[in-house]
Design a binder for this molecule. Structure first.
Ligand code: HEC
Length: 248
């Protein structure tokens, strides 16, 4: 198949390419904004950072919210001995078996003055084991099922999108090695990005790879879109046919 430059296209083709590229560009910006607002507070601090990415895939495994609370802001409501008993229970897996006898009486002393749904609907509810369980789990990040779901949607969806964008972009007149590089790099970046989600779930140090691969994907996609849009409308047909040898 020989490739023709944009100036050989009909107006209908140019309009089709242009509207598609603009919509994809907008969609990409929406995706980035969505990522920002849903992840920026993962680590409790404003602004998206490596630790937000790490905590979303790897979780925060240094302890449970319950332990952090009784060592921190809730420390004043619990006696030293009770705190040690509660921490030991957490370390043993926070099983329901020992909850009734060992933990419930501690909660009843002071915690339940505040932590019941009826009086404070916004606080964790400790009137049942289920409520306490919510804050006694170690956060191990995104579940395998969510990760697989997110991965297959990204791999199937983005590869289709990149195929169409790339199909338009190869009709641009640029250095042939640059063109080949730009066609392959976002595909490779999607693969590395998705793979690094799994790696980050296993070891949080890989969070940096998630960010770098995501950046390369965005950058190369943006370049393909912008170069195509520019050449669709502004690349002039040379007067002398010898000035436009076949595209590669
Ligand atoms: C005087 C009311 C009061 C008492 C008593 C109290 N809490 Fe709280 N607790 C709060 C409030 C208010 C918050 C939410 C604000 C915050 O996180 O500091 C909270 C938050 C928490 C959280 C959630 C922290 C998070 O990660 O979001 C836990 C866990 C908790 N308390 C445990 C306890 C335990 C265990 C006790 C008993 C030893 C207890 N609290 C006693 C008022 C109380």
């Amino acid at each position: 198949m020989s490739i023709h430059r944009f100036y050989t296209k009909t107006l209908s083709e140019k309009l089709l390419y242009t509207s598609f590229l603009l919509l994809v560009g907008l969609g990409y910006l929406m995706a980035i904004s969505y990522l920002y607002v849903t992840h920026e507070n993962n680590d409790g601090k404003p602004g998206l950072s490596i630790s937000d990415v790490a905590s979303s895939y790897y979780g925060n495994r240094s302890g449970t919210r319950l332990e952090a609370a009784i060592r921190g802001p809730m420390a004043g409501f619990i006696e030293e001995e009770d705190r040690m008993r509660m921490v030991a229970w957490l370390k043993d897996g926070a099983e329901e078996e020992h909850y009734e006898k060992e933990i419930k009486p501690i909660l009843a002393k002071t915690c339940l003055n505040c932590h019941v749904k009826a009086t404070s609907p916004n606080l964790p509810d400790f009137s049942s084991y289920a409520g306490l369980h919510e804050v006694s789990k170690v956060d191990t990040g995104m579940s395998m099922a969510s990760l697989l779901k997110l991965s297959h949607i990204h791999l199937l969806g983005i590869s289709m999108l990149l195929f169409v964008i790339g199909f338009i972009f190869i009709q641009a007149e640029v250095n042939v090695w640059f063109k080949r590089f730009l066609v392959v790099s976002p595909m490779l970046a999607v693969f590395v990005d998705v793979a690094s989600w799994f790696l980050t779930k296993w070891d949080y140090h890989y969070a940096i790879v998630v960010i770098v691969a995501g950046g390369i994907l965005g950058l190369s996609m943006a370049l393909q879109i912008l170069i195509s849009l520019y050449q669709i409308w502004f690349l002039k047909r040379p007067a002398n046919p010898a000035d436009h040898p076949p595209l590669t």
